[in-house]
Write a protein that binds this ligand. Structure first.
Ligand code: SF4
Length: 327
């Protein structure tokens, strides 16, 4: 097991095309998102998709909305003409997600509130009048999440929240490594190494699921690779959806520091413990103990598993790591 890599292959991320500035909205406008186009763009490969223009609705076009047809089944209808686009969109979406599967996506960013792309709380209009509910999911977003249940998917609006943004970015890079593992040499030893390298990451998200994932790893030699890799992936991505907290980070940091006690002198040990405590009590950002930990692991060594921790370098530092840890 080598040291964790500090260079990152670019993940492939699907995106609602209007978020990259393509003028494909119903009115010919766009929703260019600065975080996606400025900060994230240099680190990823985009796969832009616009369901409404790709299905042939044209731009500009009549706006559409989700309508509850009475039995809970959602229809995609023109706002003025009530033209029903549901079947066309459903059949296009089922083909498009198959195509996307062939590209090997590692994440997806969708446009909020869209009856095609919206992920959460999209407006649903009752067919016969009455109150509008915010209970819908865009038709394409629904097909996407059904086809790729483990894929990290977010809306651009939620990426304004530093904790959700950090969580999404971290999940994308974890998912990318898991996909490489799944499609790799199919060796139980590779799964053991993967799980070991993600120990601190999982502890910082969901300690109980770290142990559950360990039980899957223990069965790696006894069951088929595809079954085990998928089962592990399900636990892994469920764990990664749980947000980190200062308490869980502190546990992970103290766990790491404990394995350096024989390689650090008393002064370095005290300095690291103090940095962790200052972070725990909100007096220092996470970068303080993390930077020290990186330094000691690089300089003093410590056990091999510690140098291999993805926790030390979860994603490229320029992707707002400062914000991540001070949040
Ligand atoms: S929200 Fe989706 S369907 Fe609407 S313009 Fe953007 S990409 Fe196209």
């Amino acid at each position: 097991m080598g040291a964790v890599s500090t260079s990152f292959p670019k993940p492939r991320i699907g995106v609602s095309a209007c978020l990259l500035g393509e003028p494909l909205r119903y009115d010919g406008g766009h929703l260019r998102n600065e975080f996606l186009t400025q900060t994230l763009a240099p680190h990823v490969e985009w796969t832009p998709v616009c369901p409404e223009s790709e299905v042939g609705m044209g731009t500009p076009r009549e706006p559409v909305r989700l309508v509850d047809s009475g039995n809970g089944a959602l229809r995609l209808r023109g706002v003025r003409s009530a033209t029903d686009h549901t079947e066309a969109m459903r059949s296009w979406a089922s083909c498009r997600v198959e195509e996307l599967a062939g590209l090997g996506l590692h994440g997806y960013v969708l446009t909020k509130n869209s009856p095609s792309c919206g992920l959460f709380r999209v407006k649903v209009y009752p067919a016969a009048g009455g109150p509008v509910s915010r209970t819908g999911r865009g038709l394409f977003a629904g097909a996407l999440t059904q086809h790729f249940p483990l894929l990290p998917v977010e809306e651009q609006g939620r990426l304004n929240d530093p904790r959700l943004r950090d969580n999404f970015i971290e999940r994308v890079f974890v998912y990318q490594r898991w996909a490489a593992l799944r499609d790799g040499p199919r060796a139980p030893s590779a799964l053991v190494a993967f799980h070991t390298a993600h120990k601190l990451t999982l502890m910082a998200h969901a300690p109980t699921l770290y142990r559950e994932a360990g039980r899957v790893v223990a069965r790696a030699g006894a069951a088929g690779w595809d079954v085990i890799a998928d089962e592990y992936g399900r636990v892994l991505m469920r764990a990664m959806e749980r947000l980190t907290t200062a308490r869980k980070h502190t546990n992970a940091l103290q766990h790491a520091a404990g394995f350096l006690k024989d390689t650090l002198d008393a002064g370095d040990r005290e300095e690291l413990a103090d940095a962790i405590e200052r972070y725990r009590t909100g007096k220092a950002p996470f970068t303080a103990p993390l930077t020290l930990l990186r330094h000691h692991v690089r300089r003093s060594g410590g056990p091999e598993w510690l140098a291999a921790q993805t926790y030390l370098y979860p994603y490229p530092d320029s992707l707002s790591l400062e914000e991540r840890w001070s949040g």
